[in-house]
Ligand binder design. Structure first.
Ligand code: ZN
Ligand code: ZN
Length: 158
């Protein structure tokens, strides 16, 4: 509940009212390591708030982001994922099924950028996205290959 309490305080500081919808999103994000998309958050709340619109969910997420309560991960082109853990960490996503995992490896903050970049920018943060294929997907793929090999042999025999 620490996360929700923290967000209630941050919203009040910013003069934002704590509506039942806002509170529901705080609670949904509290301790959530699933990196949900706005769509997933929306469908998770639809049962309790039948009149809730997707735009409302999106705007609440935007306010939470502005209050420093979530990281917006643009690891996929089609959709953003939201992470209530705003500490420095990175992510890996399976390009087949979209499984997303945290990478808590922070030595990247020691990475030294080229001087011309440092002259032009004062760096305030960074995040690295890794792409790959998860074990379940690569095992499925091997199975699929096995399956297609059998009828091909059968066809040759005929
Ligand atoms: Zn996968
Ligand atoms: Zn994360």
């Amino acid at each position: 509940m620490d996360y929700s309490h923290n967000m209630i305080r941050k919203f009040r500081e910013r003069g934002l009212k704590i509506t039942p919808q806002r509170l529901a999103i705080f609670n949904l994000l509290d301790g959530n390591t699933g990196h949900p998309t706005a769509e997933e958050i929306y469908s998770g709340l639809k049962k309790d708030f039948p009149n809730l619109s997707f735009t409302t969910v999106y705007n609440i997420l935007k306010s939470i982001k502005e209050a420093g309560g979530i990281q917006e991960l643009l690891i996929e082109r089609e959709r953003a994922h939201y992470d209530p853990d705003v500490s420095l960490h990175h992510h890996i996503i399976c390009t087949r099924c979209g499984k997303l995992r945290d990478i808590f490896y922070t030595n990247t903050s020691e990475m030294r950028l080229p001087d011309d970049i440092l002259k032009e920018f004062s760096v305030t943060g960074h995040q690295i996205h890794f792409y790959g294929v998860c074990r379940a997907c690569s095992e499925n793929e091997e199975e699929e290959e096995g399956k297609t090999a059998v009828p091909r042999e059968g066809a040759n025999a005929n």
